[in-house]
Design a protein around this ligand. Structure first.
Ligand code: FAD
Length: 549
């Protein structure tokens, strides 16, 4: 088991300053961590810095699907659908516990945007482009079959449906496992380090000037190549490098809302029409169902993206129209999140029409920036960037070119071999924990979040049970210990929002656990009382913001 520990931060910071790197990657979202992994596997000496926590930007705010983007077919983005469609199976094989198959129902309704023939042909083309195995290919359904699968749909409007397979994931956990695997291959990845400026040698970029956000200490990192993988912040850094020419980002906001599962008890995930001709998802997850997303041009503060009342209302209207017996209201929303898509601006196009393709911008002074793309396509995006650097390194230093191998690099936590083994492991974990009063869902949560690393957490939980009566609290404390020790958790929201997803899908538990988790933080990091109360306020504000519109 590798050590990617918050307790090693001071050491790692020193290494960043002492050593010269081949590549420094700015941004610890899925794009940056994917590049760090690919480059490290190909033998480059890599550093990655993230100004907040890993995945704190868009990579914890997506719909959490590894999907081919069915709707991009309408825009005839065949290349994109084919690439990300095929990547679904690859990413599933790399993180089998974390990227799980999810049946998706597409209801065909009266006056909807898709007719029966178009849906049938569309799904068939989707299967072909993505190279879907025959037994997993789409099935077209009659009206009665569709209603049998989802009785909450409107009996008067449903004409039929299509059933196909996508993959569900946890975006932030996928990002952290990619980061951990990069570290396993020798990369140095660190959170809470912000790049403020670039270093130049004879007008050529030669590193970055940064700041440890926790202590404000400034330092420089020297590197042959610098990659700007900062998602919505890509243009902020291109601007600092004075290399914005022609193409710019067009940020669009996407919001998701979460309700109690009992309020929208869907039998499986559904992809359905909205009154304005868009399509959104409703996806059951644990004790909740989440609904999203919106897609609107965003020009506000990138750092402070929040759900507004009209975003929530838009999603509620669409759900209530599609499932007429649900009557969801603003008061039913338990949590929400909002994120920004770092898309490339195209004149005259609306947010939903903008391409999701990624693009690489090469500045004359050497800065390499990448934007656009999807969570699903992170590996291919990384491959393109590292191919460019490999070629340059060959031309400049004669470094032998190695081809991308990340399609065979299993991510940490996954030692399963097959999805059936994941399910078997889940049963064995449930056998272990049911005597302590845990429900089956806890085993599902642990295995899909941590994979085989669950065993380490349960060992720690047993140890904690010697001094702590509540099994639920012991488990949360063991998760905290694990994520500090092995996943660079530094602050409470790293834990509640991005390592465990509790802020999104179990918000009541965050309220219940705040004191006990913060007391452990105080012990592990020697916090003063002032820090304790400041961090507690940060958690309480996050809880409030998730439901305040
Ligand atoms: P980010 O995740 O934003 O990472 C950039 C990082 O750079 C941030 O963490 C930021 O803090 C850091 N940074 C910025 N400036 C600095 C600096 N100066 N110094 C150091 N660090 C810095 N894709 C899918 O495949 N499936 C989906 O279901 C899906 N749903 C989506 C739904 C929504 C609402 C949105 C908004 C996007 C969705 N996407 C989906 C797209 C996907 O989430 C994004 O393409 C992807 O997460 C972008 O990752 P990134 O690493 O490029 O950006």
């Amino acid at each position: 088991m590798l050590i990617f520990s918050a307790f090693q931060r001071t050491n790692d910071l020193q290494k960043l300053q002492d050593e010269v790197f081949d590549i420094v990657v700015i941004g610890g979202g899925i794009t940056g961590t994917g590049i760090a992994l690919d480059a490290a596997v190909r033998g480059f000496k890599v550093a990655l810095v993230e100004k907040e926590d890993f995945a704190a930007g868009t990579s914890s705010r997506s719909t959490k699907l590894i999907h081919g983007g069915l709707r991009y077919l309408k825009q005839l983005e065949l290349g994109l659908v084919s690439e990300v469609g095929k990547e679904r199976a690859v990413v599933h094989s790399l993180a089998t516990h974390l990227v799980q198959p999810e049946k998706m129902l597409l209801p065909i309704v009266e006056n909807g945007s898709l007719g029966k023939t178009m849906t049938s042909v569309g799904l068939k083309v989707y299967d072909m482009l993505a190279g879907v195995a025959r037994k997993e290919q789409r099935t077209m359904l009659s009206k009665s079959q569709t209603l049998a699968l989802e009785p909450l749909l409107d009996n008067h409007k449903v004409l039929g449906g299509g059933l196909y397979i996508e993959y569900r994931t946890d975006d932030a956990r996928l990002t952290i496992e990619v980061a951990k695997t990069a570290v396993q291959y020798g990369a140095l990845a660190i959170n809470y380090v912000k790049v403020n400026q670039f270093l130049y040698d004879d007008y050529k970029i030669s590193g970055v000037k940064c700041q440890d956000v926790l202590t404000n200490q400034a330092f420089v990192i020297r590197s042959k190549y610098v990659v700007n993988a900062t998602g919505p912040w890509v243009d902020t850094l291109r601007y600092k490098n004075q290399s914005i020419k022609n193409k710019r980002l067009h940020l669009t906001k996407g919001v998701h809302i979460v309700v109690d599962y009992q309020k929208l008890p869907l039998q499986q995930a559904i992809y359905f029409d909205t009154p304005d001709g868009r399509m959104i998802f409703a996806i059951p997850r644990g004790k909740t169902t989440y609904i999203g997303t919106t897609d609107t041009t965003y020009t506000g503060d990138i750092q402070e993206v929040t759900t507004k009342r009209n975003d929530a209302q838009y999603l509620l209207t669409a759900v209530n129209k599609m499932f007429p017996t649900t009557y969801l209201s603003l008061a039913d929303i338990e949590s929400s999140w909002a994120g920004l898509r770092p898309l490339i601006h195209e004149k005259g196009k609306s947010p939903s029409e903008l391409s999701r393709k990624d693009e690489i911008f090469m500045a004359q002074n050497g800065l390499i920036s990448i934007a656009g793309g999807k969570l699903t396509g992170y590996r291919k995006m990384a491959e393109r960037v590292v191919d460019i650097i490999s070629k340059k390194a060959y031309q400049t230093y004669g470094k032998p070119i190695k081809i991308c191998r990340t399609d065979e690099i299993i991510l940490s936590g996954n030692r399963f071999g097959s999805f059936a083994n994941v399910k078997e492991y889940e049963v064995s974990i449930y056998d272990q924990i049911k005597k302590l009063g845990f429900a089956k869902e806890t085993a599902t949560y642990l295995v899909s979040n941590y994979g085989k690393q669950t065993a380490i957490i349960l060992d720690k939980m047993q140890e904690m049970l010697n001094t702590e009566h509540s099994a639920t609290i012991s488990l949360a404390r063991a998760e905290l210990w694990f994520t500090i020790q092995y996943e660079m958790v530094v602050k409470p929201l790293d834990f509640f929002a991005r390592r465990t997803g509790k802020l999104n899908f179990e918000i009541q538990s965050v309220q219940q656990l705040t004191n006990v988790i913060l007391t452990d933080f105080q012990t592990y990091f020697n916090w003063t009382l002032q820090t304790y109360f400041r961090e507690k306020q940060v958690v309480l504000t996050a809880i409030e913001k998730a439901k305040l519109f």
